[in-house]
Every structure is written in C-alpha cells, then in structure tokens.
Design a protein around this ligand. Structure first.
Ligand SMILES: [Zn+2]
Length: 367
C-alpha cells in the first residue's frame, strides 16, 4: 500500500500527484475499451466523494510547512518521525494524532491552503463533486475562532467548480465524544453567522457515544433546513445505524459496514436505498477489518446495498479515492460493472442539485 500519494518538497499549494496528470481527459468516464493489463489500473470514473474530513487531508509535508509558517514547534524531529506515528491500533489511536496535528491550523490562510491541496489532489482522483466535513469544535476548543476555520475552508470551496471542476458542499461535523450542549452551541453560532453549510454530521469516537445523545442537535438542524448525516456502524454496533436513522433522521450513514451483522437491518437499508459511505482503506488502517481482502464491500454490493467508496482521512489512511479504487480492483478484483455502480451510487446519493447529478451521471454514461 502506498502510504503517501504525493510529495511536496516545499508546500506551494499545488502538490504533485503521483498518478497520471492527464486523468481528467474527456473520455475518462468511458469504460476501458480493452481489458487493462494487471499493472495498469483502469481509467478513473467521475465520482462524488461523500465522506471526507478536510482535517484528514493534512499531509505530513503540509503539517511541517504550516508549523514553520506559524512558528509552531512540532513534537517530531522530521517527516520520517511523523510518518512513523501513522501505525494505528484503533480509532482512538488515530484520533490522538489527528487532533495533535491540527495545532498547525491557525489562520484562514492555513485552512484555505489545506482545502486547496485536497481539491488539487481530488481532481486527479476523478472527484467531480465533494461534500466536505469540517470539525468546528476541534478548532474552537483550541482557541481558533469559528469564523477563521469556516471562512478559510469556504473561501476555497466557493470557487471549486471553476478552479478544479469539482462542485462542493460544506458539512459541519460534530464530535460525538463532546456534549450535545457543546454541539448545539456551535450549531447556533454557525446559524447566526449564516455559515455556508449544507448540513451537519457526527464523527469522532463512536463507541459509548450513541446517536441518542444527539437527538436535539439533529432536530434543530432539521428545523434549520440542514441535511443530516452521521457516522455509525464503523466500530459501533449495528444498533447505532438503526438509531441514527430513527432518532436522528439522517439521510446517509457514514461507514455502516457493521450492518452486515444484522440481516434484518440490511434488508431495511436495501429497501430504503439508504446510502452508506464506505471507506475501505480507512477500515484497514483502523483495524475495523484485518486486511482489505476481508473487507465486506463485495458482500455489501452483492446484498444490493447503496454503497459508495470514499477516502475519509486520506492523508492518514493510505490514499485518496483513486487509491481506494485501485486497491479494491487489485486485491478484491472489483469489476468494471461494480466500479461504475459505485460511482453512480456516489453521485445519486449526493446532496448536489438535480442538474449537477444529471450532468455527472451523463458523464458516467448513466443518463
Ligand atoms: Zn469519517
């Protein structure tokens, strides 16, 4: 598994991707005419990335560049020492490093640079629409004003279609290990400042922080006309998926892989076409599955579940959406038919407007 998709000698806002730079050629959406050679991955399909934490795109090179710009002393001597910390034993061990690294994000420019770096890389990965989560509480709690974080990310997203060919929406995700009061307070601030958010999400440490804890938050978001998603069934039990749907009235489940332990739940999710934003490389890195070969994605597809493939926190988990697809093809033998189905699911399950969805589906060859 390739640990880092690109390297930046010095950060200039335009990381050099390791994949072919001509990936956005007009025929990228068409199925390959010939069976690709084993060494040569299939062409990229246009996809929507629905499960992406912008803080999880913070590459080690950018962490060092921002630390230098802000005069922050990192607890790592060099890039290699930082990279050595990327061996996780579970979700919490990842979260500890993830939050520690956020210390380098101080100014609007920092948030904007991080966002721009993701979009540059995502464009190469075939992403044509992205719904990007930001964790406001993770920044407010360390003294960064809410406006700094939201405006920094939003300023780049505002021109993402023109600049990168990627339509985008911003989602404010709340940390489930904090209190509902804290989440409600930040949500009210976001609404008061008229923040350009399309919806809310629920992330961070799942086990012991069930959906029921956030019923008032999600009711308030619904009342305010916001879309609703939540992480559930990653490390937490299948009952968290049921509760997220029933108590929080979410429109999508992030991860959801543990639904496979409950056949009745699978039947319900298939019937209702509930989107599950699956993140295969993330699941391997966080040991939710032992190896990619053990991943339930093929079984989920076979069951008729509405699954898509996403990168979650790509800087930490070994790759972006294209890396996930390449690995799925190589390790699990994912077929062209299934790749197109996953791409189509991602577009249909997005919160993009109908015109944009139709445009992307036509590009995929599914009008
Ligand atoms: Zn996630």
């Amino acid at each position: 598994m390739r640990a880092y998709p690109y390297r930046m000698e010095t950060y200039d806002g335009a990381p050099e991707p390791s994949t072919e730079p001509d990936a956005e050629q007009p025929d990228a959406a068409q199925p390959a005419a010939e069976e690709p050679a084993a060494e040569e991955p299939s062409k990229l399909l246009p996809v929507a990335e629905l499960h992406l934490h912008i803080e999880g795109t913070l590459e080690p090179e950018l962490i060092f560049a921002l630390a230098e710009r802000n005069g922050i002393q990192l607890p790592y001597a060099d890039l290699d020492e930082l990279r050595a910390r990327y061996e996780f034993t579970d979700l919490q061990s990842f979260l500890d490093l993830y939050y520690a690294n956020m210390a380098v994000l101080q100014t609007e420019q920092d948030f904007a640079d991080m966002t721009r770096a993701y979009l540059v890389r995502a464009a190469v990965a075939g992403v044509r629409h992205a719904e990007i989560m930001v964790d406001p509480q993770a920044h407010v709690s360390r003294g960064v004003p809410l406006e700094t974080c939201v405006n920094g990310v939003a300023s780049v997203l505002a021109n993402s279609l023109e600049e990168f060919g990627i339509s985008t929406l911003l989602i404010a995700a709340f940390l489930r290990d904090l209190s509902e009061e804290s989440a409600l307070e930040v949500l009210e601030q976001l609404l008061a400042m008229n923040a350009p958010i399309a919806g809310i999400g629920l992330d961070s440490a799942e086990v012991g922080n069930p959906p029921a804890k956030f019923e008032r938050l999600f009711a308030r978001a619904k009342e305010a006309g916001l879309r609703r998603i939540a992480h559930a069934g990653e490390e937490g039990p299948p009952s968290y998926i049921i509760d997220a749907l029933e108590l929080l009235d979410v429109e999508r489940i992030d991860h959801g892989i543990r639904c496979m332990e409950d056949p009745e739940l699978v039947e319900h999710l298939v019937e209702e076409r509930v989107p599950l934003t699956v993140c295969p490389l993330s699941n391997v890195r966080l040991r939710t599955v032992d190896t990619l070969a053990d991943h339930p994605l093929p079984a989920m597809l076979a069951a008729g579940l509405n699954v898509s493939v996403n990168s979650d926190d790509p800087a930490y988990f070994g790759g972006y959406v294209d890396d996930n697809f390449v690995q799925l093809e190589t390790v699990l033998g994912l077929s062209e038919f299934d790749r197109v189905r996953l791409a189509s699911n991602s577009i249909r399950s997005s919160f993009a407007d109908e015109d944009r969805k139709a445009e992307l589906l036509a590009e995929l060859g599914h009008s």
